[in-house]
Design a protein around this ligand. Structure first.
Ligand code: DAH
Length: 349
């Protein structure tokens, strides 16, 4: 029995040395394992209790309990010490000096780094301000639409190529992602009474092969006027005002005939390329002109689908490609930059 007790006492010295040497929490856990775990040293000693008298067992048991208590005490002290020294070294190596201005932000707005709106949003807001100052209201519509609002009510015949699966994302529930903001023309006609003037900025989706000038998700701003008398002259004036305001100078425009089912007559409005001033460059595909603003007079069938009498009401509409406009504005050569989420790009605006 005396042997067993001295064996336990020897363990105490061993354990104390092991704990003192432990460098981290993992090493401490290993020490516990080695001494009091299932296959630990103390367990080995206790297995020999069988051959002892009850009194002897009590004495050895007591020694074992003393050992365990001592072990716990040593472990707790060491654990505390490890935690403290970990924080002490963290404070040495990872302290935070709140008075230092990070170099990458020091150039920005007086040393304070603040986020800002996306370049597309910036131009959108500017256009909204211009149009609301001319009496337009800003209206919105759903991005997940039905065939009627995206096509049917806009005078797309059933076999119109734009209905083809290639251009449109369809959902399994028979809805689609709107391919243009012209849907909001219909939404506005349903909920507002003429005369009316609206713009509808928003996100649109096309099933496109993505490249430098095509995205599957992009932004448009629709505009529409409904009144008793609306002419191509009104439309042109509106377009010219819009572009002059956006670019901050007079821009040259030209109208070409263009076909859209929901306008008659329909036009493509081009503006003289601002990158090369009409001389021809890669942005204008060497033509000197850039297509920016499809527009036209609202087709009688669209008015009829909204319950308006074309003999009484007339309209003009346009569908501005916001991405392309912003590209012209800032000389951006690749449409994919807009959605890439790269700060290097965004911080320039
Ligand atoms: N919705 C057309 C498109 O995305 C653009 C458009 C053309 C809108 C003529 C109009 C318009 O309002 O009058 O291709």
């Amino acid at each position: 029995m005396a042997d067993l007790i001295s064996e336990i006492q020897a363990l105490e010295a061993e354990a104390a040395a092991a704990i003192a040497a432990a460098a981290d929490a993992e090493a401490l856990a290993q020490v516990t394992q080695n001494f009091t775990g299932k296959k630990g040293a103390l367990t080995g000693v206790m297995k020999q209790l069988g051959s002892l008298t009850p009194e002897e067992r009590t004495a050895v048991g007591k020694a074992a309990n003393t050992f365990k208590a001592k072990l716990d005490e040593l472990l707790a002290a060491k654990e505390k010490q490890l935690t403290e020294s970990k924080f002490a070294s963290l404070a040495e190596t990872e302290f935070l000096d709140l008075s230092v201005t990070p170099p990458e932000f020091s150039q920005v707005r007086g040393g304070v780094s603040s986020g800002h709106t996306h370049p597309i949003t910036q131009t959108q807001r500017r256009l909204e301000a211009i149009f609301t100052s001319m009496g337009f209201s800003i209206v919105d519509g759903p991005q997940v639409e039905d065939d009627y609002h995206n096509f049917g009510a806009l005078n797309f015949t059933d076999d119109h190529p734009a209905r083809d699966m290639q251009d449109t994302f369809y959902t399994v529930t028979g809805h689609l992602l709107r391919t243009h903001t012209s849907t909001v023309q219909i939404r506005a006609l349903e909920s507002m009474k003429p005369p009316l003037r609206i713009i509808a900025p928003g996100r649109v989706f096309r099933y496109e092969e993505v490249d430098a000038s095509h995205e599957h998700t992009f932004y448009q701003m629709e505009g529409m006027i409904i009144d008793r008398k609306v002419s191509v002259g009104n439309l042109l004036h509106l377009m010219q005002t819009l572009l002059t305001e956006v670019f901050g100078r007079e821009v040259d425009v030209r109208l070409r005939p263009g076909y859209f089912p929901f306008v008659e007559p329909g036009f493509e409005l081009d503006m003289k390329c601002l990158v090369c001033n009409g001389a021809g460059c890669s942005v204008c595909k060497h033509s000197g002109w850039v297509e920016v603003l499809p527009c036209g007079l609202v087709h009688p069938n669209v008015l009829r689908s909204a319950g308006l009498d074309p003999a009484e009401w007339q309209g003009a509409a346009f569908g501005l490609g916001l991405n392309r406009l912003v590209m012209m504005q800032h000389g951006i050569e690749d449409i994919r930059h807009f959605m890439a989420g790269k700060l290097e790009f965004l911080r320039q605006f």
